[in-house]
Design a protein around this ligand. Structure first.
Ligand SMILES: [Zn+2]
Length: 246
């Protein structure tokens, strides 16, 4: 059988990794980062990740860019209190354990198609450029509490299987939740909207204008359920602006 000399993940040129005696075969050999063998690779992944990360730092807090597309993290990941000056690419990344990005300043970030299988935290983080969470799956709770989206925030087709906390989040740019799936609760209390448009669902029937908190206007459109929730909560200052259950 053909032995690959590079990882099978599209575009990855790292050497394949295989547990045990180092022998690998077939076309499905992946590097330590892309290998789906989460249980077996844990220890070696940690070591490789530390080296990978060390090479991205330009000083003690600043990371130039992160290309972690398609990585499969078998362990908890903490990238807190950092400044990432270039693109952070976590597209199609799988986080098997908790992932924390609290207080980290992102430039642009791509989490499209990523899957968070445990808790995800972006508390007090900020995104200066587009934050892309298209088709991202949050299997457990996620917190964007006090998170600031300065540019576009794209949550289209995202799946929230746990609670999604957006309390005190700032949405300054175009904000898209079209076809977002909320299986439990979405907490949007005390959000700050200076964005021109925030959309929920692809049916753009504007029925709520939140003049109290927005500098322009907010368009909320979703289902009848959404409609009923906005009627209950939108007009009360202290109550959740948007809280719904689908
Ligand atoms: Zn690879």
């Amino acid at each position: 059988m053909e032995h690959r000399t590079t990882c099978s993940y599209d575009g990855c040129t790292r050497s394949p990794w295989w547990p045990g005696d180092g022998k690998f075969s077939g076309v499905d050999a992946f590097c330590i980062f892309h290998s789906p063998l989460s249980d077996k690779k844990r220890k070696e992944f940690k070591e490789a990740w530390e080296i990978f990360l060390a090479n991205t730092f330009s000083d003690s807090r600043t990371i130039t860019s992160l290309d972690c597309a398609g990585f499969i993290f078998p362990v908890q990941i903490e990238l807190k209190n950092l400044i990432i000056t270039g693109n952070a690419d976590f597209s199609r990344t799988v986080f098997r354990k908790d992932a924390s990005f609290d207080k980290t300043m992102f430039a642009s970030a791509d989490f499209s198609g990523a899957r968070f299988e445990s808790d995800a935290r972006f508390r007090k983080s900020s995104f200066a450029m587009p934050a892309v969470f298209k088709h991202t799956e949050f299997c457990d709770d996620v917190s964007f509490t006090n998170t600031r989206f300065i540019d576009e925030a794209d949550f289209s087709n995202v799946s929230f299987f746990g609670n999604a906390h957006f309390t005190h989040a700032h949405f300054d740019g175009k904000t898209i939740f079209d076809d977002a799936r909320f299986s439990r609760f979405g907490f949007f209390s005390d959000i700050n909207l200076s964005c021109t448009t925030i959309t929920f669902g692809s049916h753009s029937r504007p029925y709520a204008r939140n003049k109290r908190r927005t500098s322009s206007h907010a368009v909320f459109s979703l289902s009848r359920l959404w409609n009923s929730f906005q009627k209950q909560h939108l007009k009360y200052k202290s109550a959740p602006i948007l809280r719904f259950f689908l």
